[in-house]
Design a protein around this ligand. Structure first.
Ligand SMILES: NC(=O)c1ccc[n+]([C@@H]2O[C@H](COP(=O)([O-])OP(=O)(O)OC[C@H]3O[C@@H](n4cnc5c(N)ncnc54)[C@H](O)[C@@H]3O)[C@@H](O)[C@H]2O)c1
Ligand SMILES: N[C@H](CO)Cc1c[nH]c[nH+]1
Ligand SMILES: [Zn+2]
Length: 463
């Protein structure tokens, strides 16, 4: 069957642009009732029945049969064996990627992740104590592709922050088993473990790991089961089921953000070879049918050229079916009046990844406000950021870059305020606090402050 990919052609000057634009924009799990309902049911079930429910869903959605959760636990020996067995080039690539990601996150910690204090003129000490989380759960996706790079992007900043225990979940679906929501495949004996993922767990350092995925894995981490330890926070990307589950368990545990199906927006001035841009659009479309790839450009002939490259290159891609579905359903090539308008539209979309494919990217960068990551210039392909540039590739999707940031060391830390008031400092602060506390009708607050004054006044409103 020959496939074709026809992203929607939009024109900002067309009278129906706004309607067409809105129709293409953010899809998120919470607008899909069927996914929401299924995820809610899975979470409830795992909360009630623990391991037994996780085993059932793993058989149903991943086609992976196991008699007990112990069978689904990976060991440190598995990690080391996978690492030792890798071809040297893959071992080196993993280590180089981890080294660059570590360097970036160490710099990030230095810049904004350390405790700080100061003393005011009365000798009162004020500040913030930064502490790492005790135990985190990292979700490493594994449904339609394997993601050793996501393991590195989660585990490395957790280590830089000083997290005590890292519990990883990763689905290992049996190939050919399709998570249909029905019974799925129930005869296969073992999921396909990805050796690079196991080796990455060795390189990046993971405490415990389970081959479970989807909403059931998120539930196991959030509520804890007899086998899977309850964590303080769940980080990491995943498909619509994972994103929805994370949103629902927030409050029971912390979460990093909504990092759902991947997105790329390319802002092009027409100076980058069309082939490069077409492949960059493919690079995110190939993740998931629900991924979104958009090109904004003020040059109609360039949009035509990129479409021609899409047509030419698609048949060469092993994941052509996923790419075609993603581009047909969610992709768009948008003709803008100029680059300024393209920047404004990009801000409205707030994409996960934003490539500024221009000969003068620094001219446009100041106009760009909302994006998970901004890639400047024709040589900065988004895929370099996915693996090894250094910054984190776990990024907010579905327009949540308007209020969320990339995964970072800060996601694995929390902060406590530090306050040490000197005797001299207690005098002015006591007077201010007492005044406000009486105003709120909270006498005990007022009195606690006044008792520390050198001259203690009578309590106002005493009985
Ligand atoms: N935003 C980011 O930072 C980022 C980074 C990497 C990957 N991603 C995205 O992560 C996603 C990975 O998705 P994936 O599918 O490959 O792996 P995944 O691990 O996220 O999802 C697989 C799991 O989904 C569940 N599932 C699938 N179909 C189901 C159904 N019908 N009913 C119930 N559960 C079902 C199964 O339990 C399965 O184990 C992609 O969308 C990719 O674009 C995002
Ligand atoms: N582009 C993904 C984030 O949306 C990350 C990734 C991992 N591997 C390849 N790509
Ligand atoms: Zn990617």
């Amino acid at each position: 069957m020959s496939l074709s990919a026809q992203p929607a052609r939009l024109n900002t000057s067309a009278p129906d642009f706004e309607a067409q634009f809105a129709a293409r924009l953010h899809w998120s799990a919470d607008t899909d009732h069927a996914i929401e309902q299924r995820v809610a049911d899975i979470l409830d079930d795992v909360k009630r029945r623990g391991d037994a429910a996780v085993l059932e869903y793993t058989a149903r959605f991943d086609g992976l049969q196991a008699a007990s959760m112990a069978e689904l636990e990976l060991t440190q020996a598995d990690f080391k064996a996978a690492f030792d067995d890798l071809p040297a080039a893959q071992r080196e690539a993993l280590q180089n990627a981890a080294r660059r990601v570590r360097g970036y996150h160490e710099a990030q910690k230095k810049a904004s992740g350390e405790s700080w204090t100061y003393r005011d003129e009365d000798g009162t000490l004020l500040g913030q104590k930064v502490t790492p989380l005790d135990r985190v759960g990292i979700y490493v996706p594994g449904g339609k592709a394997a993601y050793p790079s996501s393991l590195i992007m989660n585990a490395v900043p957790a280590h830089v922050a000083g997290v005590g225990e890292i519990i990883m979940v990763v689905p290992t679906p049996v190939r050919g088993s399709v998570a249909t929501g029905g019974t799925g495949v129930t005869t296969a004996a073992r999921g396909e473990r990805n050796e690079l993922v196991l080796a990455a767990a060795y390189v990046a350092g993971v405490t415990r790991a389970f081959t479970i995925g989807g909403a059931q894995a998120v539930a196991a981490l959030a509520y804890g089961t007899a086998t899977v330890p309850k964590v303080d926070k769940i980080t990491g990307p995943g498909n619509a089921y994972v994103a929805s589950a994370k949103r629902r368990v927030f409050g029971t545990v912390g979460i990093d953000m909504i990092a759902g199906p991947s997105e790329i927006l390319v802002l092009a001035d027409g100076s980058t070879p069309a082939e490069w841009v077409a492949m960059d659009l493919f690079s995110q479309a190939e993740h998931d049918e629900l991924a979104q790839s958009i090109l904004l450009c003020p040059d109609a002939a360039y949009l035509d050229a990129v479409q021609r490259e899409v047509d030419r290159l698609l048949p060469t891609m092993p994941r052509a079916a996923i790419i075609a579905k993603s581009l047909n359903d969610r992709g768009a090539l948008i003709l803008t009046r100029d680059m300024e308008e393209a920047c404004a539209i990009s801000n409205r979309i707030a994409p996960e990844h934003l490539e500024v494919s221009s000969s003068d990217p620094h001219r446009w960068e100041p106009l760009l406000k909302h994006a998970g990551a901004i890639f400047l210039g024709a040589y900065t392909s988004e895929s370099l950021g996915d693996y090894c540039a250094g910054p984190n590739h776990v990024l907010p999707t579905s327009g949540t870059a308007r209020f969320s940031s990339p995964l970072g060391v800060y996601d694995f830390q929390k902060r406590s305020s530090l306050i040490e008031v000197s005797q001299a400092g207690a005098q002015p602060l006591g007077a201010i606090a007492a005044e406000l506390a009486y105003g709120e009708g909270l006498q005990a607050h007022a009195r606690a402050a006044e008792l520390r004054l050198s001259t203690v006044p009578p309590m106002r409103g005493a009985k």
